[in-house]
Design a protein around this ligand. Structure first.
Ligand code: PBG
Length: 330
């Protein structure tokens, strides 16, 4: 024994077995934290696997309730709907069709599975022939304020179909305020807005654009989505949307932007959602398929990391698998 010196720090004492590890565990994930993105399309009998996203399907309405049941069986309580329309045009008019595929899917889930919480993505890129997120001018630029009108029509049509939360992902300026007013005027004061407030122009959306058939026909989205180099601006974007009436904000993608997620959460104190996007999912699936990583370990680790960084909820394609693995561990 050495007198006058402090005992050495021995943090390993609290790592010795699972019980003490559990005593000091700071972050816990559960199926309740997950939101599952669902791609719905027309037709019958479709459950088409997206080649770049193994385990994720585009489903037709007749297969939708089976998908919902599978999610409920593993404890997932919320879905985010994306629609693949039959027809596209320059202004994406099928986006606000009262019997569009998202609207019909929404009504079906609300009637047949009232416990499943339905969030709908509001954007034009799945519905426009050019694949951009709004109305274009002659030079091919997205016209901000003319696009707001279209987004409002889309949001109200979703609310009419029973959507329980409107999630605009277009990145136009002022869309949260515009959509809030439109929802209120139509009598939907109680339908919250989850804003994709802090959405980066990311290479990680590639597989999603296959899934939703929404890749831009020319150019890219850098004139409306954010520059990956900017974190302070990401916090500002979240604050603007909160001032406009957003009920929850979002950071997207998740893993390359955990610093931004941490800052948005700590600097706004607002409920913050992280979107663990398609490219993040596909990388894990590809490496796991090659036997290069242990998928279960890696997925649970990365979802824990996203929550540790500040996410209240995580939108993730891993939701079903992760929920099942978590149930096995209980
Ligand atoms: C629509 C939208 C996109 C994603 C969600 N909503 C694609 C994009 O902005 O190009 C991406 C989701 C993912 O990659 O999983 N604007």
């Amino acid at each position: 024994m050495q007198y006058g010196t402090f005992p050495a720090y021995r943090p390993r004492r609290m790592r010795a077995n699972e019980t003490v590890r559990q005593f000091i565990r700071e972050t816990e994930i559960s199926a309740k934290d997950f939101i599952y993105p669902l791609f719905v399309k027309y037709g019958t009998g479709c459950r088409d696997e997206i080649p770049s996203m193994p385990g994720v399907y585009q489903v037709s309405l007749d297969n939708l309730m089976a998908e919902i049941k599978e999610l409920q069986d593993c404890g997932v309580m919320a879905v985010l709907l994306f629609g693949i329309p039959q027809e596209k045009d320059a202004i994406g008019s099928s986006a606000w069709d009262e019997h569009g595929v998202v609207q019909d899917a929404c009504r079906m889930i609300r009637e047949q599975a009232p416990d499943m919480f339905v969030i709908t993505d509001v954007c034009m890129c799945e519905y426009t022939s050019h694949g951009h997120c709004g109305k274009l001018d002659e030079a091919g630029n997205v016209i901000n304020d003319a696009t707001l009108e279209l987004l409002c029509k889309e949001a109200v049509s979703h609310a009419r179909a029973g959507s329980q939360m409107i999630a605009p992902s277009d990145m136009m300026d002022g869309r949260v305020a515009a959509i809030r007013h439109a929802l209120d005027d139509a009598g939907f004061q109680n339908v919250p807005i989850l804003s994709y407030s802090t959405k980066y122009a990311s290479g990680f959306y590639g597989p999603f654009r296959d899934a939703a058939d929404s890749a831009p026909a020319f150019g890219d989205r850098r004139s409306y989505q954010m520059d990956p180099a900017n974190a302070r601006e990401g916090v500002r974007e979240a604050k603007y949307d909160i001032a406009e009436g957003a009920d929850m904000v979002m950071v997207k993608p998740a893993l390359p932007y955990l610093d931004v997620l941490y800052r948005v959460k700590s600097e706004t104190g607002f409920p913050t959602v992280a979107y663990n996007v398609s490219g993040e999912y596909s990388m894990v699936k590809a490496a796991a398929k090659n036997g290069w990583i242990d998928e279960r370990r890696v997925v649970l680790e990365l979802l824990t990391s996203i929550k540790r960084a500040g996410a209240d909820m995580i939108i993730t394609y891993h939701a079903k698998d992760a929920a099942r693995w978590l149930a096995e561990e209980e």
